[in-house]
Design a protein around this ligand. Structure first.
Ligand code: ATP
Ligand code: ZN
Length: 212
């Protein structure tokens, strides 16, 4: 019996995901390029390498038992998965940004405006909570250029330092979600797999405590 874990194949979360496993004493052979899966040598774990956006779906379906993925992706996906542990890496904010010259007075600023984002679900929730009617324009990448090309009045995008926004003439005005990577689990896990997960969670918690 092995526990199947999905992690990002390449990108911002990949290295920290592999590093966390290593810190937990779990060695995976992922030297071969373009590999889709790897088996741990010293722990009952099989690792799948996927696009981060696909991880909640695979975990909901039970194709993978657990996954390491950003909270932003989990909540946007609206999949039936449980966040079992926050992992402490991949920290970022999902934020509203407006033109530097705009005077942002609060969510009311967005009334009747057009917002470009790759996170339509989370933006819609934010607008609803604040009783704001605005148009959401979904785009999949380079969200931050939308205002300068006249596609939107504001954007909602992931931010860590804010330098990308600044370079595009924008400023961060409102944080709608604080995010970090999380361990998510499938809704139904067999007792045998639950036991493996408990062992893994114990190791992760020990690593987190040691880091303080
Ligand atoms: P994939 O090819 O797997 O779909 P991607 O391009 O969607 O990758 P990355 O840019 O690698 O994704 O980001 C993965 C995750 O890293 C984000 O969903 C988020 O949780 C986290 N992250 C941390 N800081 C940032 C940041 N400054 N910008 C974007 N994502 C960040
Ligand atoms: Zn992605």
């Amino acid at each position: 019996m092995v526990l199947k874990l999905a992690i990002q194949k390449s990108g911002r979360l990949h290295e920290d995901s592999v590093k966390l496993l290593k810190e937990c004493g779990i060695e995976i052979n992922n030297n071969v390029k373009n590999q889709l899966k790897a088996t741990a040598a010293n722990f009952p774990l099989e690792v799948f390498f996927l696009r981060d956006d696909d991880i909640p779906q695979y975990v909901e379906d039970g194709v993978a038992d657990i996954g390491f993925v950003g909270e932003n992706v989990v909540y946007e996906s609206q999949k039936e998965v449980k966040v079992a542990e926050l992992l402490g890496f991949g920290k970022c904010r999902l934020s509203i940004a407006t033109a530097k010259a705009d005077t942002y007075t609060g969510p009311a600023f967005l009334q009747g405006k057009k917002i470009a984002t790759s996170y339509p679900v989370l933006v819609a929730q934010f607008l609803k909570k604040n009783n704001i009617q605005a148009e959401i324009h979904e785009i999949s990448g380079s969200v931050e250029i939308a205002p300068s090309i006249g596609l939107a009045d504001a954007v909602c995008d992931l931010v860590s330092s804010g330098s990308t926004l600044f370079m595009n003439g924008l400023k961060e005005t409102e944080v709608i979600l604080q995010s970090q990577s999380a361990l998510i689990q499938t809704p139904e896990l067999s007792p045998e797999k639950s036991l493996i997960l408990q062992k893994l969670l114990f190791r992760i918690q020990t690593v987190k405590k040691a880091k303080g």
